[in-house]
Each structure stands twice: as C-alpha cells, then as structure tokens.
Write a protein of this length. Structure first.
Length: 189
C-alpha cells in the first residue's frame, strides 16, 4: 500500500498562506490531498517559511582605510563588484557605503512588513514609499528615521497607526538594529 504523505500540510494550513484565492487553493489541493506534481513546490515554499534563510554578501577591500577601495557582491548579484571607498562613505565619492546599505535594508524590510500587516487587516496598499535616514556619528550608527508616504484606501488613521507601529517594532531589520528608530508618515496625502 502506497503511503500518502502531505508532510503535515492540510487544506486549512494552506489557506493561511492563500486565504483569498480559492482558485489557487483548488490548484494545490484536490479532495484534501495535494496534487503530486505540485507537492514539491508547496513543500519547498513551506520549508522556506520555517527554516532559516541564509543570505550572503562578500566584501573585498584592498589597501589602507583611507586610500584603499573595495567592492561588494551579493549572492543575487544585485550588487556585483559594487564599488565602495573612504570617499563614498565619508565624502561624496562614487559608489555605495555600509550605512546606505543599512538604510536600504531597513526601508525595504519595513515596507514589506507594513504591506503584510495592511493586507492581513483587509487594506492592501496601493503604494508605500519609505525612506530610511541613517545617522552615523562618532563611529556608530545612532538612529534610523523612517519617512513613510502611504496610499491605502478605506483605512482609518487609528488602524493605520496601529499597523505602522507593529511594522516599526517587528520588521526583522528593526529587530536587528541596536539603535534608536523613529518614524513619521503621511497617509493618502
């Protein structure tokens, strides 16, 4: 007798991830069992949610701190030998710098967390524009000030403020940063 394995994934469990799309659910589930040709994709999706992700970036630096230069490469190759140097970090030189990358990570993470919050509450955002202003002084990252411009239809100011606060506190980058985080926003302006 062939064992029917669904790896603990039941119809209700899938519904948590695809709550509004019964067509998608129908494609994944038939009579409570997963289609065999889609089982691998769903199991892979689930493993990505519950097992640690490891993201990788490599920095190569050559020379002294002031006269040298380096480049950064990420596994996705979005950064591919992207230049950075003393002048790109402390002056207005060409290239990126670590603080700019922290700002990009924080604004991107916050925007995604807020989008998940809003969508989960029934208010999918039309657009979220987030800028993170990182303050670097005395050799330390001191604060990240987030500036949010949001276009979200049908939400009250109170509900929006609640979901924004949750995103500010709970986006993974906010949790990782050991610095002051502040936020200002405009809604539907």
């Amino acid at each position: 007798m062939r064992e029917n394995r669904t790896y603990g994934l039941k119809r209700g469990y899938v519904r948590e991830f695809f709550p509004d799309d019964s067509t998608l659910l129908g494609d994944f589930v038939k009579n409570g069992n997963f289609h065999s040709n889609l089982r691998f994709k769903l199991v892979t999706f689930t493993l990505k949610l519950f097992y640690p992700m490891i993201r990788k970036a490599t920095a190569v630096w050559q020379g002294t701190g002031k006269e040298g230069s380096g480049h950064l490469t990420t596994a996705s190759t979005v950064l591919n030998k992207t230049q950075y140097s003393f002048t790109s970090r402390f002056e207005d030189g060409i290239g990126t710098n670590p603080e700019e990358l922290v700002a990009a990570a924080h604004s991107g993470c916050f925007a995604m967390k807020l989008s998940f919050n809003l969508t989960g509450a029934g208010f999918p955002p039309k657009e979220l524009e987030v800028t993170s202003n990182i303050t670097f002084e005395e050799g330390t990252l001191k604060r990240s000030h987030l500036v949010l411009k949001a276009q979200v239809e049908g939400i009250t100011e109170e509900k929006f403020a609640e979901l924004v606060k949750d995103a500010e506190l709970n986006c993974p980058i906010s949790k990782a940063l050991k610095m002051e985080i502040s936020l200002e926003y405009t809604l539907n302006a």
